[in-house]
Structures are given as structure tokens and as C-alpha cells.
Design a protein around this ligand. Structure first.
Ligand SMILES: [Zn+2]
Length: 358
């Protein structure tokens, strides 16, 4: 039985304890892409409601949106948005009573300077407070050679380990794209869609002496939601990699910490199987985007006049209480809260929070 953790953002040994508890307990946490305080607060609300811990993550584009599309310097916006969002979570997560993990999503070569600058900011925060800004960052150099990919992973992991942070790497290509990073399915070689155990073993041998890391493995998963039948998930790929590493390194059954990208739209049976092979994190973006849009759309449809007139032209009824953004956006938040409740159930995370407050 893992000991309880103080609610709030988890980093370092506490983050590792959370990952290990997931794997030992046969559950995984949803990692939800957020773009504003609405999505962050809804994620925390749903986690608290489901007595679960949760991962909050930002893509480069999400971070840019957080700082505001009106900021012309997009690199600066990405940097400020990520810091601002992370500080928001540091401020409020504890009040929700859950354990939250803060993470950044896909960074390809062009986004490496973004990650380096965030590590600089994390280092400053670590020196001042004992806690970095994020729990982990992701590096996605899966389109480069294994050597180039791992060399850069090594460089970053050294920096991260020094400030109690972890690194997520990508081996093999997750189909589709997440916020401009990645390729369409038909542009990727088929065998690259499935991570090779020897690549995972090479990564393990080079990175495990340096610090904590997780692996976004490709097992047929695709970003976005497609017609059933278009995506063939093969979670047994994960099992093969666990066995390859465990045999050579002489570790326990599941030495690797796997991340399931493109979780939206996946069947529950495949999710359960993947979790059984050491997946502790499942990314979800498309499904929560839709949940927000669907609920706001329904609200607008049910109150069409409130979105055209401040006062009803026939009855003189004022519509202020209907178009107040707190009312409109709250509908979208409720959509995210409800959709995530399904994700917590699918991942067997409900009721499994490690927080001492729950
Ligand atoms: Zn992804």
C-alpha cells in the first residue's frame, strides 16, 4: 500500500510514487490537454468528483492560447502561457484535494528551445521553492534517427533530473498530429507505427542511469477520432517491450512506464489491456474538446435569442443571465467534467487517488 501524498502538484519522488502506484494498482491516469482556466478547473473538478488523481498537460499551441492569441510573438506566448498555466495549477490544485501532475505535450525539434526555456524557469522555481514548475516534459523526436532522438533525450534528462523532473520520450510514431506536431497516417511507414522492442531497450539502457523517464510507445494509436476500423491497436507491442527490457536488465515484470497517446475514441477492452502492460498515462484531447463544444452548442441552440439580442425584441426580457460567460462557459466545463468521469472509469482510476485529503 503506497503511502498517501499531500494534495497539489506532484514532482520528484512523489510523482514517481504516483506512477508506481498506478502500475501496481492496475490503473492509469488521464492526461488532459488544457488551453485555459476553464479546462484546467474542469479537469480538477472531475478528478475530485471521481476521487482520482490526474495529469494536466499543455501543447505548445495550448500554452500559446493560454497567454492569448493576441500576443504577436508566438514563442514568447508559448513560454509565458505554459508558466502561467502551471502556476495556476500550483495555486488551485491543492484546494481540489487531488494529486495533479503537470506536463507538457509533444515537443519536436522546433519546440526544443521552448522546453529548454521552461526548464530554465523550472530551475529558478526549484531554487526558490524546492519545486519545479512541471512534473515532466515531453520530447518527441520520433521522426529523427534513434541516435539523434536518444542523444537529445539524454541531454534534457540530465537537466530535468537535477530539478526533480521526469521526461517523456517518443519511440515509434503515433499516427496523426497533435497540435501541428506529427504526420498524417498515410505519410508514415507502417512499421514505424509500432515501436520496436530493441529501440525501447536501447532507450532504457541509455536513459535509466540518468533519471526518471516514460515512453510514449506506438502500438497503432492515432491522435484524433476516426471511423471504427481505421485504427488497429496492438497493445501486445507494449508487452513485448516490457519483456525485452526485463530479460536484459533483470528487472521486475514492468520496468517501463508507458504512455498511451491518442486515447480519444479507444475501446475500453484495448485500454484495459494496455494498462495491464504498464501504461500509467493515457492522453485525451479530442474527446474533451468535443465534450466542451457539444455542451456549449446545445446551450446556444436552446437559447438562440440570448445570442442575438441583449433584450428580447418582443417580450423585453433581458438576456444578461443567459449570455453571461460564466453561464455559457460553465456548460462547456460540465461537458469536460462528465466526459472525464468516463475516462476515469475506463482507466480504473476512480476512487484510487493517493491524496491524503480524499
Ligand atoms: Zn500525443
Amino acid at each position: 500500500m503506497t503511502s498517501k501524498l499531500k494534495p497539489g502538484v506532484q514532482t520528484g519522488a512523489d510523482y514517481i510514487a504516483l506512477v508506481e502506484a498506478c502500475k501496481a494498482g492496475g490503473y492509469a491516469l488521464p492526461a488532459v490537454n488544457v488551453v485555459n482556466t476553464q479546462s484546467i478547473n474542469a479537469v480538477l473538478e472531475s478528478a475530485a468528483k471521481n476521487k482520482a488523481d490526474v495529469i494536466i498537460q499543455l501543447s505548445g499551441g495550448g500554452a500559446q492560447f493560454y497567454a492569448g492569441k493576441g500576443l504577436e510573438d508566438t514563442a514568447k506566448a508559448r513560454h509565458l502561457g505554459a508558466i502561467s498555466a502551471a502556476e495556476h495549477v500550483h495555486r488551485v490544485a491543492e484546494a481540489y484535494g487531488v494529486c495533479a501532475v503537470l506536463h507538457t505535450d509533444h515537443a519536436n525539434r522546433a519546440l526544443v528551445p521552448w522546453v529548454d526555456a521552461l526548464i530554465d524557469a523550472g530551475t529558478e522555481r526549484f531554487k526558490a521553492t524546492g519545486k519545479p514548475l512541471f512534473s515532466s516534459h515531453m520530447l518527441d523526436l520520433s521522426e529523427e534517427s534513434l541516435e539523434d532522438n536518444l542523444a537529445e533525450c539524454e541531454r534534457l534528462l540530465k537537466r530535468l533530473a537535477a530539478i526533480d523532473m521526469s521526461l517523456e520520450i517518443e519511440l515509434g510514431v503515433t499516427g496523426g498530429e497533435e497540435d501541428g506536431v506529427g504526420k498524417d497516417l498515410d505519410e508514415v511507414d507502417n512499421d514505424k507505427l509500432y515501436t520496436q522492442p530493441e529501440e525501447v531497450l536501447a532507450a532504457y539502457e541509455r536513459l535509466s542511469p540518468l533519471g526518471h523517464f516514460s515512453v510514449a510507445a506506438a502500438f497503432g494509436n492515432v491522435h484524433g477520432v476516426y471511423k471504427p476500423g481505421n485504427v488497429k491497436l496492438r497493445p501486445e507491442i507494449l508487452k513485448a517491450s516490457q519483456e525485452a527490457v526485463s530479460a536484459v536488465a533483470g528487472t521486475g515484470a514492468h520496468p517501463l512506464h508507458f504512455v498511451f497517446h491518442g486515447g480519444s475514441g479507444s475501446e475500453k477492452a484495448k485500454i484495459t489491456e494496455a494498462v495491464g502492460y504498464g501504461v500509467f498515462k493515457m492522453n485525451i484531447d479530442t474527446d474533451t474538446q468535443f465534450a466542451f463544444a457539444e455542451r456549449v452548442g446545445a446551450y446556444v441552440e436552446a437559447n438562440p435569442k440570448a445570442f442575438k439580442f441583449q433584450i428580447d425584441p418582443d417580450t423585453d426580457e433581458p438576456y444578461k443571465k443567459k449570455y453571461d460567460p460564466r453561464v455559457v462557459l460553465r456548460e462547456g466545463e460540465k461537458g469536460i467534467v462528465d466526459r472525464l468521469s468516463i475516462a476515469f472509469e475506463d482507466l480504473n482510476a476512480s476512487g484510487n487517488s493517493l491524496s491524503s485529503a480524499l
